[in-house]
Design a protein around this ligand. Structure first.
Ligand code: ADP
Ligand code: MG
Length: 691
């Protein structure tokens, strides 16, 4: 296999553009891409023609605007290139207009009240900063999705806006240090966790098919306690899947790099090489889609839910984030000279300030029914946002705040931002804490709260915007300063002091931290609705409006969509669970108990005792009685859901989830005493320890 040749072979990337476009057109497109500016209209026709020629040569027959509506998955509507000319001849055609703008019927996508169904029209607009690619013989054009009146209906547009905002402010900061760059990009590497289980087991579980997770199921005798799966040798069948997945991703220009087993049985991870935020977001969406498709081919089902199985780890998505200039300088790299250090410390301070001031937004960006099972459950960071910077950097920060000598490895000296050189930070030190939600890992931050099924756009919109805001404040202050170094010193010291409470180097999974965080006044929104209701707090609305990311209406619509998504997810889970209990579990257990009753009769008829059968039959009977009434109670809870979205979301968290948990307990007890041949669905031990 020739990997370099295969890599990106299905992508209309820079190499192809350089080859196929006239020099001037290429240059103009390049400017658009580097500076994030709108595309020249006459350029579009030429680009479209080249794109079509390339796509057809690769066997494509259709094209689609590929976009990321609020559903969290990607959407596409295929049109063929086919047109009929004046002479009646069939031709393959693709115009600049078709490339740059599409008009899908938008009425069936969530809009949170922004667009009534009668105003069905929405449009998609090409995002030339993300490459077009071919998937399933279709040329896919990454696009942003708006309503006809220009309100945004997708996850991509705010991401692009937030990238512009952070670029604008970071470029200003760099100018203060005498560096003049055109663009600063947020870079992302998203590590993706997932489960692979046998397709047959998956098909036989209604809960997995409808909700992505098991709603009932007693634990297997073995879980992850032996720690024998993490980085363990990979089953040949899984290995074949991974090889196939790599190949599919490479063709799409996705830099799949690392594949390994994760902590839980059947759990795995794929990490790509980082890229600009918008490309990384597209790549992650495609990765999730490909994982599901390739799994199918290998007789697997790929589970991307945050908590497919109770009692073992769920799946997350680590969002590695940094800032990079168009000249390739990573702004989160501490650097070697005093000027670089000062610049690094300023960016670091901005991030600390941003995360502290907008803890709620980061928490909201990872809030979902699925992720509620992970956060704070001893396998993932708690619902409290805090930052880990490592001992050395923490000591640096402390010495700045307290104006005390820094006692580093090498020497003890004052940290004077204008003159001193930071100690070389060891990466090991900063990578040790796996329990922190937001950890500095040497030259980037790793945000570990996102759920495995998430579109990472949302998290990065929050992060980019909050950091932009801090950078903007800093620029406003420093640009007017007489003595730059003195002003810089004062600012960094003041801001670090003010936001120090967000720094935490200890064990994020511990109880004590929850208490300590409470004392520090950090937020702790345990459940999705508790967090979501703060989305439209005035400070947040102002933040997004200030940087031109969202209007107030757009934010209100997003809140409505998120609350609605949560209540619907819980509703579907509850109804699925009731169906399984009423039509599969209880009837099966009753058949088991009647087989026991028949045995009692038969044995007693020939003068034998049947004590075991009687005891077991009575136990099963009692559990069935109770399970039946708990199922009915769950039904009543579901029926009592309020109309109002916000109230319904809170009702789901307060009432429906506890009712589901109560029913699950009984069903799981029943499972442990029911003859396997009567149990109607695959069990945890069968699913997780398949051969
Ligand atoms: P680890 O395996 O210890 O988590 P890695 O160095 O392997 O750390 O990186 C994990 C992820 O972080 C990878 O996806 C990698 O591409 C990404 N990454 C590395 N550098 C950056 C950066 N500057 N910006 C964004 N992501 C990055
Ligand atoms: Mg990592």
């Amino acid at each position: 296999m020739n990997v370099p040749e295969m890599f990106g072979s299905m992508v209309f990337n820079d190499r192809v553009m350089r080859e196929m476009l006239p020099k001037k057109v290429y240059q103009s497109l390049q400017n658009t891409m580097v500076e994030g500016k709108a595309l020249d209209e006459d350029v579009a026709d030429i680009v479209a023609a080249a794109m079509k020629e390339w796509a057809v040569s690769k066997g494509a027959t259709h094209f689609t605007h590929w976009f990321q509506p609020m559903t969290g998955i990607t959407a596409e509507k295929h049109d063929s290139f086919l047109t009929v000319g004046n002479d009646g001849c069939v031709m393959m055609d693709f115009s600049g207009k078709e490339l740059t703008k599409g008009e899908p019927d938008a009425s069936s996508f969530p809009s949170g009240g922004l667009r009534a169904t009668f105003e069905a029209r929405g449009y998609t607009a090409w995002d030339p900063t993300s490459y077009a690619f071919i998937k399933d013989d279709t040329l896919c054009i990454p696009t942003a999705f708006c309503s006809y009146t220009g309100q945004i209906l997708d996850k991509k547009t705010p991401l692009l806006r937030s990238m512009d905002a952070i670029s604008r402010e970071a470029v200003r900061i760099l100018a203060l240090f005498g560096k003049h760059v055109r663009r600063v990009n947020a870079t992302i590497g998203a590590e993706q966790e997932y489960f692979l289980i046998d397709k047959n087991d998956y098909s036989r579980r209604l809960d997995l098919r409808l909700t992505g997770r098991t709603l009932i199921g007693a634990p297997a005798a073995k879980g992850q306690e032996m720690e024998d799966h993490y980085f363990g040798s990979i089953r040949p069948r899984v290995k074949a899947f991974m090889a196939d997945l790599d190949e599919e991703l490479w063709k799409l220009g996705i830099t799949a790099k690392t594949e390994h087993n994760e902590v839980a049985p059947c759990q795995h991870e794929m990490a790509p090489i980082f890229d600009n935020a918008n490309k990384a977001t597209d790549a992650n969406q495609l990765t999730m889609e490909m994982m599901k498709k390739v799994a199918e081919r290998h007789g697997f089902a790929c589970l991307l839910h945050e908590k497919p199985f109770e009692g073992i780890n769920g799946s997350g998505k680590h969002n590695n984030w940094a800032l990079s200039t168009d000249e390739g300088e990573n702004l989160l790299d501490p650097g070697k000279t005093p000027e670089d250090n000062a610049q690094f410390l300023l960016f670091l301070t901005a991030i600390i300030k941003a995360v502290d001031e907008y803890q709620d937004l980061l928490r909201i960006s990872v809030a979902s029914a699925g992720n509620d099972h992970r956060l704070g459950a001893n396998e993932a960071p708690p619902a409290i946002v805090s930052i880990f910077v490592g001992d050395e950097l923490e000591a640096v920060i402390e010495s700045i705040i307290e104006d005390k000598p820094f006692r580093g490895k090498a020497s003890s000296s004052h940290i004077d931002i204008g003159t001193s050189v930071l100690p070389k930070l060891s990466r090991d030190n900063s990578d040790r804490n796996r329990t922190s939600p937001f950890a500095f890992t040497g030259n980037k931050f790793e945000f570990r709260m996102p759920g495995s099924s998430f579109n990472i756009a949302c998290t990065n919109v929050m992060l980019n915007t909050a950091v932009s805001d801090a950078l903007k404040d800093f620029c406003d202050e420093l640009e007017g300063a007489g003595d730059f170094n003195a002003a810089l010193n004062t600012l960094i010291k003041r801001e670090l002091e003010q936001h120090r409470r967000i720094l935490f180097n200890g064990n994020g999974y511990s109880r004590e931290w929850e208490e300590e965080a409470g004392k520090r006044g950090l937020q702790n929104y345990r459940r999705t609705p508790d967090a979501l209701v703060h989305y439209c707090d005035e400070k947040n609305v102002r933040l997004f409006m200030r940087h031109g990311i969202y209007t107030r209406e757009e934010m209100e619509s997003r809140l409505e969509i998120s609350l609605d998504e949560y209540r619907k997810a819980i509703h579907i889970e509850a109804v699925t669970m009731m169906e399984m209990l009423r039509r599969q579990i209880i009837p099966s257990a009753l058949r088991f108990s009647s087989s026991l009753a028949s045995a009692v009769q038969a044995k007693e008829a020939i003068g034998l005792t049947a004590n075991a059968e009687k005891t077991l039959c009575a136990k099963v009977g009692r559990l069935c009685d109770e399970l039946l009434s708990r199922t009915d109670e769950l039904g009543e809870c579901v029926d009592a859901s309020p109309e109002d979205t916000r109230e319904a979301a809170i009702h789901a968290a307060d009432r429906i989830i506890p009712a589901m948990e109560a029913a699950r307990k009984l069903s799981d007890s029943l499972e442990t005493i029911t003859d396997r041949s009567f149990w109607p669905i695959p069990t945890y031990s069968e699913i997780l320890f398949y051969v």
